[in-house]
Design a protein around this ligand. Structure first.
Ligand code: HEC
Length: 112
C-alpha cells in the first residue's frame, strides 16, 4: 500500500513536471482541437466570416494570418468569448494549454 502510494506520487510529480515544461506541438494541437473549425480559411467558418465583416480588409480574416495579436489578447478572448464564440473553461483548455496555444498563435506577432 505504502509503495503504491509512493509510486503514485512519483507518477504525479512526473506528470506535473511534463505539464509545466511546454510540450512541443501542444499549442498547435490545442488550436486544431478547439479553434480551427471556426477560424480556418474558406467560406462558412463563423469566426473567419465574422472577422471579415468586423475588419473589412484592414486585417486578415483568418486568425493564424494575423500578426497583431498578443498572447494576452488571445488568452482574454479565449476565456471571455465574443459574439458566437463561447468562453472556454479551464476544464476544456487548461492554463498551461492556453499559454501554449497563445504562444503558438502569437509566434508571428510583430511587436510595435
Ligand atoms: C464557434 C466558433 C468559434 C470557435 C470554436 C472559436 N472562435 Fe474565436 N471567434 C469566433 C467568432 C464568431 C468571433 C468574433 C468575431 C467578431 O468579433 O466579429 C471570434 C473571435 C476571436 C478572436 C478575436 C479577434 C479579434 O480581432 O476580434 C480571437 C483572438 C479568437 N476568436 C480566438 C479563438 C481561439 C484561440 C479559439 C480556440 C480556443 C477560438 N477562437 C474558437 C468564433 C469561434
Amino acid at each position: 500500500m505504502r509503495a503504491a502510494t509512493a509510486t503514485l506520487a512519483l507518477i504525479l510529480a512526473a506528470l506535473a513536471g511534463a505539464a509545466s515544461a511546454a510540450e512541443p506541438g501542444l499549442g498547435e494541437s490545442v488550436y486544431k482541437r478547439w479553434c480551427v473549425h471556426c477560424h480556418s480559411s474558406g467560406r462558412g467558418n463563423p469566426g473567419t466570416e465574422s472577422l471579415r465583416v468586423k475588419y473589412k480588409d484592414s486585417l486578415p480574416a483568418v486568425l493564424l494570418d494575423r500578426t497583431d495579436l498578443s498572447p494576452q489578447a488571445i488568452a482574454l478572448f479565449v476565456r471571455q468569448g465574443v459574439l458566437s464564440m463561447p468562453p472556454f473553461r479551464k476544464t476544456e483548455i487548461t492554463d498551461a494549454e492556453l499559454a501554449a496555444l497563445a504562444d503558438y498563435m502569437a509566434s508571428k506577432y510583430v511587436k510595435p
